[in-house]
Design a protein around this ligand. Sequence first.
Ligand code: ADP
Ligand code: ASP
Ligand code: MG
Length: 443
Amino acid sequence: MKVMKFGGTSVGTAARFKDVARLITDGDTNIVVLSAMSGTTNSLVEISDYLAKGNVTGARETLSKLEEKYNATVTELFDSLDSEAEAQVRSKVREQLDVVRAMEPSTFDEAAARSVLARGEMMSTAMMHGYLRACGVDARMLPALDFMRTDAYGEPDTRYLREALAQSMSDAGDTDIYITQGFICRNADGEIDNLKRGGSDYTASLIGAAINASEIQIWTDIDGMHNNDPRFVEHTSPVDSLHFEEAAELAYFGAKILHPTCVLPAKLANIPVRLLNTMCPEASGTTIYNASPTRSIKAIAAKDNITAIKIKSGRMLLAYGFLRKVFEIFEEHRTPIDMITTSEVGVSVTVDDDRSLPAILDELKKFGTVTVDRDMVIICVVGDMEWTNCGFEADVVNALRDVPVRMISYGGSNYNISLLVRREDKIKALNLLSDYLFNKSDR
Ligand code: ADP
Ligand code: ASP
Ligand code: MG
């Protein structure tokens, strides 16, 4: 059995729904995880914002636009296929929108906002399920709210998931195509919640691990993980295969094609993840698994909105315990550190969550002279970089010889070199790296 997850653009129009219906009816038994139609979750966030601010008109107007889009999509999807099935799907979509319509600003709280956000996935799955059945496919629905649950720490409750999913599948009965919602779950209090934006990838990976799937397929709008961010670099190309560790680094450091949390469940269960293109299903895409070609640099990603903090202190010289004190301050303020570089008299760290920065800086100043650089970007170069392989550091540094680099970090893993540059140098740095490392120019 395999898991097939389709993102927002893959179910973005009636035509795409039909493409997905063809792809999932491939003769295998599949659990199909769907995101909301593209743009929907953003609209639902907007509606929530209006309701939270007491602006009912704003909420209603945005909801009406969304409703028009869904009505038009349902009409096009069913065409003249089956008017009874079409009416049923239309009423299921309306039911979801009515939940949002019934929300009142006076009682609107965070739980209500999370409930609003869940409606997109409820609608896309109702549409796909109804369409498949109208086409004569025996698709069965597995309601994600029945089995996807987070614990008191907000982490997925994998044990519950395994048991509850098995129960849902047995309730649904034997079939080849199961449909379920990505992204949405219940929290430890039983309220409707979600796995954070982009979290449908996580749903797919958690389900894959729970059922010990043969493969987890993430279908999107591009033919696999490219060797650089196609939004900022021309002439990128897909990477055939990546080790789980390489994929985790790329996802965490900004390769939007894969949600960072998605890698771990698949890696622990040793299930290959394939990144595939709904618009070009014949492309081989990228396979992520526990092995991958060695001795090569594979891809580059960038993470924005980074703040670098340098603490310089004579007290660090020949002393122990200094780093512990520094790290404890970040820990007390629940602020994760991404990159670290040290010298005998100072340490630089980066954070992307700067909410507690003023308090952190106040405390750090007790230990040394503190300098802060904002609006920085981590560029992460990923591949097989086992330390005895020679030359890859030289290539990376050479490629960036005309870009000011604030920090360089290597040796934390065998899989990446991270460099910190200014925001205004990001696109230049990404392009220089691609030209030098992959397009072999200017050597
Ligand atoms: P979905 O809605 O299917 O989850 P996403 O928008 O989350 O899709 O992810 C796909 C997008 O990720 C691509 O359209 C592309 O612009 C972006 N992206 C960023 N970095 C990369 C990369 N290294 N390789 C491929 N796509 C990338
Ligand atoms: N629909 C959700 C989002 O837009 C989840 C997802 O697409 O993965 O964030
Ligand atoms: Mg995504």
